[in-house]
Design a protein. Structure first.
Length: 220
């Protein structure tokens, strides 16, 4: 499968409903550990990660993850705030991107030109509806949105919009899923450079199992 295909919005959108969990991974993993961390997540398996920039090596980390993951894992980029940053992460191999701040229409327009998936970040129903009119069916909830505000947003949204929780700890995955979030970006699967790979696998498997249990319960 070509690079253009696996980076296309159509390819990623087909896979999003089947993921459940996206592991948030910092860009500044020590160089000699990047492959080991990628392998630990693949072994779990976690089928999607979002590389969060926190230093100058973020694009290198993203590139290594993409090459290591092949077609077994989606690799996205977080905190993409400008058209220039969007172009850089696409060139580094990212398969989706999101912003930490509010929905940015220029980023969505630039992503569409490259047939790439931009996940807008929203904190109010008006933003979600604007993003929906621009063509976005998957949207991330901004970190500071509380349960009451989330419920208010959901009451006004078309049913075809799928919401993604961001910065969700392991202990809150169940609550996020019960709040009708279709995906959760988990922030404490990878902790730091001193973390044993076995602990990454344990945490990743626990996160995935919570999603599988929720899916099973929802189907009953």
């Amino acid at each position: 499968m070509s690079i253009a295909t696996v980076q296309s919005a159509e390819y990623v959108l087909e896979r999003l409903p089947h993921l459940g969990i996206i592991a948030l991974v910092p860009g500044e993993i020590p160089t000699n550990q990047v492959i080991a961390v990628a392998d630990a997540l693949l072994a779990s398996p976690v089928e999607a990660v979002e590389i969060v920039p926190n230093g100058p090596n973020t694009l290198d980390t993203l590139d290594v993850f993409r090459r290591r993951a092949g077609q077994n894992m989606l690799v996205g980029a977080g905190r993409v705030e400008t058209v220039e940053q969007l172009a850089a992460v696409i060139d580094a191999g990212a398969q989706f991107a999101s912003s930490s701040a509010d929905f940015m229409l220029p980023l969505m327009a630039a992503a569409k030109k490259r047939h790439f998936l931009y996940l807008p970040t929203i904190h109010a129903a008006a933003q979600a509806l604007l993003a929906h009119r621009a063509g976005s069916l998957w949207q991330k909830i901004r970190d500071d949105v509380d349960a009451e505000s989330l419920e208010s947003i959901q009451e006004r949204l078309p049913t075809e919009i799928s919401l993604i929780g961001n910065q969700i700890p392991l202990d809150f995955i169940d609550a996020a899923l019960e709040s009708d979030l279709r995906l959760v970006c988990v922030n404490d699967i990878y902790l730091d450079a001193e973390q044993p790979m076995a602990d990454i696998i344990t945490r990743a498997r626990a996160a995935r199992q919570m999603w599988l249990d929720w899916m099973h319960a929802s189907a009953e």
